[in-house]
Design a protein around this ligand. Sequence first.
Ligand code: ACM
Ligand code: ZN
Length: 648
Amino acid sequence: MMLKKCLILLALTYSQMAQGNLIPLPNKIESYQAESIVLQQKSQLVCPPEFKASAKVGLSHIELVNEAGSGTKIVVVKDGSIKKREGYVLDVNEKQITIKAKSASGVYYAMQTLKQLMYPKNEADGYYVPALKITDSPRFAWRGLMLDSSRHFQTIPEIKRFINNMAEHKLNVFHWHLTDGHGWRFESKKYPKLTEIGAWRMQPGYPTKGKKEKYGGFYTQEEMKEVVAYAKVRGVTVVPEIDMPGHCFAWVAAYPMTGCLEKEQGTDFFYTYPADAQRFPSKPGTDVLCVGKKETVKMCFDILDELMEIFPSKFIHIGGDEVNKSWWKKCKHCQAHKKNKGLKNERELQSWFIKQLDNYITKKGRRMIGWDEILEGGLAKNATVMSWQGEQGGIKAAKMGHDVVMSPQTYIYLDHGQSHSPQEPPHWPGHKPLDRAYSYNPIPPSLSKNEAKHILGVQGNVWTVFTHEEWLIDLCTWPRACAIAEVGWTEHKQQNWDDFYKRLKFHRTRLDAMGINYWWEESAELGAWANTKLLPDNKPVTLTFDVTGKISAGDNQINFQYTKGAHALNLHEVNLLEDGKIVTTDKHEGITGSEHRKNTYTLKLPKLNPKASYTIKAKVSGSEGVDSHGKVRLDNVQTKVLKKLPYE
Ligand code: ACM
Ligand code: ZN
């Protein structure tokens, strides 16, 4: 009896804590004086038929039934007076749980908030939910993540899991990068060689040296329709991308006539992880479509037809990024076409091609979106711009009256690193830690109120050059996608890093329950250095830090982090001393400045003596000057590596 009381108390405490730790933060929370209520394992759902599927999928860990049960019931009401399509009101009181929403998405989101409020364990006595009223709707209509299925291939269950994890964080656009140089993943019935040839490559040395099978795969049209339906019920729109006219190596390998070279080319030298990340391979072949030929343009239209048949989304992504135009300069077809159309240069040729796609997609009643290079040579009339190189493309397009999705690599590219720890797996160069992602405001201050209306929202991109398995995709996506979810959902004035980080610490229990493998590291500060501690002429000095009570048995990662000053700090050697005697040393050359190299030292302590005092001595020198300041930290990486992940 006593134990049961304790458990109830624990669950009640949890439910109150959960209320203060929602992610993304709802825009309005009002607490009732009443106690928490209990939601049974089996609860009655009263719901308009058109919302039922989203309600049930949204709260799938309890059984929602039609007939009255013994406990609290959930009543869903369609409410046209709610301003935004995805908005909802969630009212939890002693009598019942009431959800008001305008759309199935609103119902799904109310269920996600409810789920976050519930005790995450499957308690036999039911789930405790705090009595409250939440009135909520998103800041932006586009809250996306892109997943690159070309550089590395994900299975359909992996795709669905990615979408589900997004949706539970109220992210609502799954931008599916279906084609790129390294592999074509979209089944075309009209052009079967795209997948017969373009979907496969060799995998020398991985995972077993000399392994003969090819690496790759593709999605059948039926599978892609299944993904669309799976996403829809979770409020997620799938925006497909066929990247044109660059990033087309696999396409040209399948149909050599679509390239300027008109020669056979193979995809065999595109290795899988460790990545051969080159986008413009020096090997023979081209990754650019020959846009000077009518047949190429016709093929693009045909593929778009097939794509639009499968994906009902308003937006169709045509890529348009990083086109190596030197091929066109050497091509007689492209040059003749350029002359014919009176185009001044290759940038205008690219623009001409994109305009053809825009006209075609617009005629079909859809809207074309492309990466910000589509601004080059003149933006197509109806184009929406996805700003990735920074914010400038987005700002320019919004000022021209075009819609924009902000996805700048300077803040929220999820293939960039998020840590300085040597334990972080290989990633695309760049450092975009969690706080950087959270600090992003998709509305640049240089836009007027009217121009800002063109910012549809925000999107983080998961390029998979370095991520060949699902646990790695998880690791680069989470928890930064939590930050992106809040940037996209919560009103800007309500966003606060310290509060978010506190909530995220609690939210880890939910990420754990969801089986998400996320990057997590907490560092303890061991000390600092400043200009006054360094000697001129690059002379080495020894910095000493007392680390008693901070160090533990096993590997201790000591990280040197420059914070300010005109000079970097050279790092030579770090020792750990127990009662004044060296027990372990890491001797290697490192540097920390505006750029860092090998700035973490690993000190392995075989056994911790609780009575001993521990000191770190670091041999360092100023790099061409003494104006260097920084911090020394002990990094504690708590990330789990989950090789096996649960599916639904
Ligand atoms: C891109 O990252 N190339 C869009
Ligand atoms: Zn050409």
